[in-house]
Write a protein that binds this ligand. Structure first.
Ligand code: G3P
Ligand code: CA
Length: 242
């Protein structure tokens, strides 16, 4: 289990999750960023998963390549080999998901965010494979997504891997989601954080994490709300507070 609740319904300590590795210090979602998150001895880091034209899982956030790779088009327009030849800032490259598992092996837990539709078959098979090859246990991985239908599909394929449901906004009700799947966590956007919603989720025994918390004032707010973990670009700022 990743988190514990205190008697007051608040967590005993806040989990600091490195956002896209440690993207405040290194190029996001690269091995360098993940290496830095590991040097900081974070217990978990987050990364975004998509699939290449030739069906390989890669780590990249945006829908299109322009911002980081200065190429046009999408991840799914290129093969893994083509993607890995593209230069990212600071001489970095787009990692495959397997490279991240090999690096993380036994050292840090992974929150894999599904960023593309219809990749659950490949992702579930790959996670199963990587867990048998690298030193990670099933509870060292969490799969999250804003795409709740894709999460449902993933759950049906690999139900032993914990899930986190992502929201950007305040849902009318959580009942439908909780009746269809059993997420370990609900990950909420800071912009829509609502203390009643946090309490409601806690009352179901689930964990609340908030993205993206980079400022001290926001850290104090979420701490006051009793959230369990934060995604941050700048984990160094909060490590002594967790
Ligand atoms: O998983 C939390 C957060 O990463 C979701 O938003 O846009 O940074 O992928 P985004
Ligand atoms: Ca993400």
């Amino acid at each position: 289990m990743f988190f514990t609740f205190g008697m007051d319904g608040k967590s005993d300590c806040m989990m600091i999750i490195g956002h896209r590795g440690a993207m405040g210090y290194r190029t996001e979602n690269t091995l360098s960023s993940f290496q830095y998150a590991m040097e900081l001895k974070l217990s978990m880091m987050e990364l975004d998963v998509q699939m290449s034209r030739d069906g390989q899982l890669v780590v990249f956030h945006d829908r299109t390549l322009e911002r980081l790779a200065t190429k046009s088009g999408q991840i799914s327009d290129y093969s893994l080999e083509e993607l890995q030849k593209m230069a990212l800032p600071d001489g970095e490259k787009i990692p495959s998901l397997e490279e991240v598992f090999a690096m993380a092996s036994g050292k840090i837990r992974l929150n894999l965010e599904i960023k593309m539709q219809n990749i659950s078959d490949k992702l579930s098979a790959s996670i199963r494979d990587y867990l048998s090859h690298y030193s990670l246990k099933v509870e060292d991985v969490v799969v999250s997504s804003f795409d709740h239908r894709e999460l449902l599909r993933f759950q049906s394929l690999l139900p032993e891997v914990p899930l986190a449901v992502l929201y950007y906004g305040i849902p009318v009700s959580l009942d439908d989601v909780f009746s269809r799947m059993n997420p370990l966590a609900v990950n909420l956007g800071l912009e829509f954080l609502d203390v009643a919603l946090v309490k409601e989720i806690h009352s179901t025994g689930r964990v609340v994490n908030v993205y993206t918390v980079n400022e001290e004032s926001d850290f104090r707010l979420v701490e006051n709300y009793g959230v369990d973990g934060i995604f941050t670009n700048y984990p160094e700022r909060f490590l002594t507070r967790s």
